[in-house]
Ligand binder design. Structure first.
Ligand code: FAD
Length: 538
C-alpha cells in the first residue's frame, strides 16, 4: 500500500535517515514494515526561535488495507490513489497541416513536446536565436550597452525566464506541474526541484536544460526554426489561414499556438490588426531593491543563518495602501543574484533579476512593485497598457543618461523624495552596464512612487533592515506580467479567430515558468483531443 505522510519535522543537525523512525511512529508500525520511501516535499519552518526542516514523504508499506480505518480523518496521512486525470483520447477532426507554435518559451516548448509525443510533428518558430548564441548577445548588451531587439533577455530560445533565478514555484494546482518538473529533471535539472518547497534551477543550469529539451523535441519529430519572427496573420471568415514570417514568406496554417510572452509588442499589434479579441489587464510596476544577502539570511533565520542545509533566505512581502488604493508587494525575489537589464526595445530601460543555481553573488534582490490598472493607462485602446509600459521605460532610459545605464537611488533618498547620490550604499549595485544616481520617483507614476515608499516603511517592520537608508533601488520594473489578455474559450482557442490558441504569459492566462509550461501543455492536449494527425507536411 502506498501512503503520503506529511509534516515530519527534523532539526537541522538530524540526518535524513531519522525520517524512518518518524514515519513508523506516525503510522504506528514497526520500521521493518516500510518497504520503500522517498521525499516528495521539503520545506523550512523558521517561524519559531528554532529552525526545522519539514518533510512530506511517499511510503510503500507492507500492511493490509485493514489499517486504512486507523488513518481515516488524519490530516497528515493520505492513501495514494493514483493519477485522477482523464486520459487523453485523440480527436477525429481533419487537420491539414502540422500545428505551428510561435515562441520557444516554456509555454511553446512544452506545447511542442506534448504535440510531438503524440505524433503531430509541430513546427516551433522562434524570433530569437538558439540559447547559445543568445547568451553571447545578452552579454554584449550587459557589457557594452549594445541591444539586439531580436535577441535579448525577452526574446530567444527558452523565453523570458532563461536569464532568471529559474524559480519553479507556482500557485496553480494542476497534475501537470509534476510532469513539467519531471521533464526538466530528465533534461538535466537537479532532482531536488521535484520535492523542495521553493524549487529553483538558476540561469546557469536552465540554459543547459533548454538545449536538452530542444534535442528531445527534435528526436520526437518536432522542428525548430530560429530567427523566424511571425510578422503577420491572415484569416478567412474568422478562421486562421496563413502566417507571414520575417516579412518574407507565408505559411499556410490551420492551428497556431501563440506563445509569444508578454514583451512581443509588435506581435500584439498584429494580433490586434487580425481582429482577435484583446482586453487590457492590470499588472504591476516599480523598482528592484538590493540588500546584502547576509542581512536577509539573518533576519529570516536568526542564529541559524548560513547553515548549509538552509541555503539563502528569500522573502515575499505584501502591503495595501489605503491612501492610494494600490497593493504593493515584492516579487521574483532572487537570493544571491543580480539585477539585470531586460529591455527588448531600443532606448528603453527595464530591470529584472536573475541568480545562478548557487545563489552566491552575496546580494539579494527583488522586484518591489505596485499594481496598476487600465484606469492608469493612456486611453481605452486594448494595447494602452503597452503604451503605459513604453512611456515609463523611455523616461527611465533618459533619466539613466541615454546609454542603457539605469537610474539608481538609495532607499533613504527615495523615502525623502530627494536627489540622489550612491554614497553609503549597503551593496555595490549589480546592474550592468551600470547605474547613475537619480531620483527614481521621476520614472514612476506619482502615486506608485508614494505607495512604494509606504510599503518600504511597512516591510521594514517585517524584515528589520529592509528599509535601511543604504539599500539600493534601481528602475524601472515594468515586465511583471502581461498588460493584455487575448480572450479565449474553454477549448483555449481565441473566442473570435478559429485556429488561434493564445497560450502562456503573453495570452494573459499564466505567469511564471511552470504555469506557462502547464498552459502550453493544456492547449496541446485540447488540440490532440479534437484533431486527428495532420494529413500533410508543409
Ligand atoms: P516567454 O518565455 O516570454 O516566451 C515567448 C517567446 O516567444 C520568446 O522566446 C520570444 O522570442 C518568442 N516570440 C515572441 N514573438 C514572436 C514572434 N512574433 N515570432 C516568433 N517568436 C516570437 N518566472 C518564474 O517562474 N521564475 C523566475 O525565476 C522568473 N524569473 C524571471 C526573470 C526574468 C529576467 C524575466 C524576464 C522573467 C522571469 N520569469 C520568471 C517569468 C517567466 O520567464 C515567464 O512567466 C515565462 O517565461 C513565460 O513563458 P511563455 O512561454 O509564456 O513566454
Amino acid at each position: 500500500m502506498k501512503l503520503r505522510v506529511a509534516n515530519l519535522r527534523l532539526e537541522l543537525e538530524q540526518d535524513i535517515s531519522m525520517l524512518v523512525p518518524l514515519i513508523a511512529e506516525r503510522l504506528d508500525i514497526v520500521p521493518s514494515r516500510i518497504k520503500q520511501w522517498k521525499i516528495v516535499r521539503e520545506s523550512v519552518d523558521a517561524r519559531r526561535k528554532k529552525v526545522y526542516l519539514v518533510y512530506t514523504v511517499e511510503v510503500e508499506i507492507d500492511e493490509g488495507r485493514e489499517r486504512i480505518e486507523r488513518w481515516k480523518g488524519r490530516h497528515d496521512v493520505f492513501i495514494i490513489t493514483g493519477d485522477k486525470r482523464k486520459p487523453i483520447q485523440r480527436g477525429t477532426e481533419k487537420l491539414l497541416y502540422p500545428p505551428v507554435i510561435v515562441g520557444a518559451g516554456p509555454a511553446g516548448i512544452f506545447a511542442a513536446l506534448t504535440l510531438a509525443r503524440w505524433g503531430y510533428r509541430p513546427v516551433l518558430l522562434e524570433r530569437g536565436k538558439d540559447v547559445e548564441s543568445r547568451v553571447r548577445d545578452v552579454n554584449s548588451f550587459w557589457n557594452a550597452g549594445q541591444l539586439d531587439p531580436e535577441s535579448n533577455v525577452q526574446f530567444g530560445e527558452g523565453g523570458a525566464g532563461t536569464f532568471s533565478d529559474g524559480k519553479l514555484t507556482t500557485r496553480i494546482k494542476d497534475g501537470r506541474v509534476r510532469d513539467v518538473l519531471a521533464q526538466l529533471v530528465e533534461a538535466g535539472a537537479p532532482e531536488e526541484i521535484t520535492y523542495v518547497q521553493k524549487p529553483h534551477i538558476g540561469t546557469d543550469r536552465l540554459r543547459k536544460v533548454i538545449i536538452e529539451l530542444r534535442k528531445k523535441l527534435l528526436s520526437l519529430g518536432g522542428r525548430v526554426i530560429f530567427q523566424a519572427k511571425v510578422t503577420g496573420f491572415r484569416a478567412d471568415n474568422g478562421q486562421l489561414t496563413a502566417i507571414e514570417v520575417n516579412h518574407k514568406y507565408t505559411l499556410p496554417v490551420q492551428l497556431v499556438l501563440l506563445a509569444i510572452g508578454h514583451s512581443a509588442r509588435d506581435t500584439y499589434e498584429e494580433i490586434y490588426r487580425l481582429g482577435a479579441r484583446i482586453e487590457p489587464k492590470p499588472f504591476a510596476i516599480g523598482l528592484r531593491v538590493e540588500h546584502p544577502q547576509e542581512l536577509i539570511d539573518r533576519m529570516q533565520y536568526g542564529s541559524f543563518a548560513g547553515h548549509p542545509r538552509l541555503g539563502h533566505a528569500d522573502y515575499h512581502l505584501t502591503y495595501r495602501s489605503q491612501r492610494f488604493g494600490r497593493a504593493a508587494y515584492t516579487f521574483c525575489m532572487c537570493p544571491g543574484g543580480y539585477v539585470i537589464a531586460g529591455a527588448s526595445e531600443p532606448d528603453m530601460v527595464v530591470t529584472n533579476g536573475m541568480s545562478e543555481f548557487a545563489r552566491d553573488s552575496g546580494v539579494a534582490n527583488s522586484a518591489l512593485v505596485a499594481t496598476v490598472s487600465p484606469l492608469d493607462f493612456p486611453g481605452d485602446h486594448p494595447l494602452a497598457g503597452v503604451q503605459f509600459q513604453r512611456h515609463w521605460e523611455r523616461k527611465t532610459f533618459i533619466l539613466g543618461g541615454g546609454n542603457y545605464r539605469a537610474p539608481a537611488q538609495l532607499v533613504g533618498d527615495f523615502l525623502a523624495d530627494r536627489e540622489a547620490t550612491l554614497d553609503g550604499a549597503l551593496v555595490k549595485p549589480t546592474y550592468r552596464p551600470g547605474v547613475v544616481p537619480a531620483n527614481l520617483r521621476r520614472c514612476l507614476p506619482e502615486t506608485v512612487g508614494a505607495t512604494l515608499a509606504e510599503a518600504i516603511r511597512y516591510f521594514d517592520t517585517k524584515i528589520r533592515g529592509f528599509g535601511h537608508p543604504g539599500a539600493v533601488l534601481t528602475g524601472v520594473e515594468t515586465r511583471t506580467s502581461s498588460p493584455v489578455r487575448i480572450v479565449r474559450d474553454d477549448s483555449m482557442m481565441s473566442v473570435n479567430v478559429g485556429g488561434l490558441y493564445p497560450v502562456g504569459e503573453g495570452a494573459g492566462y499564466a505567469g511564471g515558468i511552470v504555469s506557462a509550461a502547464v498552459d502550453g501543455m493544456k492547449a496541446a492536449e485540447s488540440i490532440i483531443g479534437r484533431y486527428a494527425l495532420p494529413r500533410s507536411d508543409f
